[in-house]
Design a protein around this ligand. Sequence first.
Ligand SMILES: Nc1ncnc2c1ncn2[C@@H]1O[C@H](COP(=O)(O)OP(=O)(O)OP(=O)(O)O)[C@@H](O)[C@H]1O
Length: 443
Amino acid sequence: MDVTRKMQPDLLDALLAHWPDNLSGLCAFELGLSGGLDSMVLLSLLARARQYQPQLRLSAVHVHHGLNAAADDWVLHCQEICRQLDVPLRVARVVVSRAAGESLEAQARQQRYAVYAQSTAEVLVLAHHLDDQSETVLLQLLRGGGVRALSGIPALRSLEHLQLWRPLLGFTRQQLERYASEQGLSWVEDDSNADIAYRRNLLRHRIMPLLQQHVPSYRQQLGRTAWHMAQASQLVDEVAAADLASCTTGAALDVERVLSFSPVRQGFLLMAWLRSMGQSQVAPEQLQEFLRQLRVAAAASQPCLQLPELVVVRYRQLLHAVPVLPSLSACALQFDPERPVCRLSDWGGSLRWVRRGGLTLQSLVGDLQLRPRLGGEVLQQAVGRKPVKKLLQEAGIPPLLRRQWPLLYAADGRLLALPGVAVASDCFSPEGYWPEWQPGLEG
Ligand SMILES: Nc1ncnc2c1ncn2[C@@H]1O[C@H](COP(=O)(O)OP(=O)(O)OP(=O)(O)O)[C@@H](O)[C@H]1O
């Protein structure tokens, strides 16, 4: 008698029993269907789950990458099975081209997630399982990953407007195979999964079988490690977010406050700040060296952390993130009190209108312009006309940022304001609108 077969938990029962509370009330589910074993099993399970969850509206999406000679057959297979199960299927064709420094696999993955993000469903479901999880943890270990990377694949996370759910993470590939054979499912095989030039395939075909022989429960153990790391990672994130909030002044960080924390917390809070601006690829050594310089350098010196998209500099008692901008050109804008925030990516920042004393409505009529500094500009102040350069200096704007600070011009060409710093005194009203300039990249 095959005992293991008897011990196999019913996958459908388990799926229904572990339906996340966070998804209650959500009805529209779209499954990422590759046509392979894993997602075919999940398609079958979710299609059957409709019987017990009548509110469930299930659809599927197949991304045709055009990379495999059999890709058209995979589409046909997905279409046929979805037709049989009465599951609407959308097929999205993408063009994967090798971008500099990126593998075809990474490109395909990026394109796939872009297609997922266009889903009109509420929940996007993917069929990663415990073998994927244990491979991911091992791969990250071999890359020297930190707690976040070693957390592996999350069962639930958000992706734009969607919830991304992976309900099979607790099941091994073998369990899925057994279910597929019990249910008489058919699926396609991707022959690129056999290519051991990819490190994941090398682990899967050469290393994992050895582990299986000597530590048969390695999947569960690595899955536990992922869980422990996810806990630690969440704790780190919570502490870093609180530390960061206590150091933030406007768009900058108070250096003294940052340095009041232990070096470990300094590193995590700085990473949290950079991540909030979309900069997650920072070498730990580079970050540590920057922090060391901050700690030892005299207050007047200006240590800086140079990243591809931004530079972090200390100026006086603040840390500023200065976006690296190729070149600046004038940009037209309209004042609209209904849309008080205007994101200007070319300028590396956002313009925000705050009604707290500022420019009169008359001065804001018509096409306004943001222009880069050319040098020699002056702005009317109560004490007379003041050089823009001096106003920026007095406001404590670091030299690097001064060069790319926007100037706001009226429709008639008059200089109206240095957003966030000063407005023309002859256009000022206590009921007027203050233009706030928030430099920095968006996360
Ligand atoms: N071509 C595809 N179209 C739609 N969904 C897909 C496609 N390929 C993979 N998926 C979905 O993603 C899951 C994981 O697939 P796979 O393991 O090949 O991706 P991965 O690249 O390793 O994972 P990740 O998406 O996390 O990078 C599949 O089980 C399936 O749900």
